[in-house]
Ligand binder design. Structure first.
Ligand SMILES: [Zn+2]
Length: 130
């Protein structure tokens, strides 16, 4: 089924770049884009840019610091099209996709985690998810 937005959306989480899956799972790594700040009498606008995926967030606040406007500019193929029922991808689906990719990556280098058996306690080692 063709997407309504072929340049900006992919059909499935499996089609996303790895870096997009990381950002969509853990959140963006924002940094100031100082060149994009400007102010008016009524508002102060700042732009942030994700260091990993280059998504931009433009945010304007009023003179008491409340956000009065926020929008995002995503890189091409960052978003996933809704399925036939109109459902969007959830954060939980992104987590599962990230774990699937990490398991596959470990298998490629010969560090496949053992499959847990009944009664196995899952223990995450420090840095396991970093
Ligand atoms: Zn990002």
């Amino acid at each position: 089924m063709p997407s309504d937005y072929p340049e900006t959306h992919v059909a499935s989480v499996r089609d996303l770049l790895d870096v997009y899956v990381v950002c969509r799972t853990y959140g963006h790594s924002w940094d100031d884009d100082n060149n994009a700040e400007y102010s008016t009498i009524f508002s102060w606008t700042v732009a942030l840019r994700c260091e990993r995926c280059s998504t931009r967030k433009i945010e304007a606040m009023n003179n008491i610091g409340e956000v009065i406007y926020r929008r995002y500019q995503y890189p091409a193929q960052f978003r996933v099209s809704a399925n036939r029922q109109g459902e969007r991808v959830t954060r939980a689906q992104m987590r599962l996709e990230l774990m699937r990719r990490r398991v596959l990556a470990r298998r490629r280098v010969g560090r496949a985690p053992k499959m847990p058996t009944k009664g196995t306690k899952l223990v995450l080692l420090e840095g396991e998810l970093a």
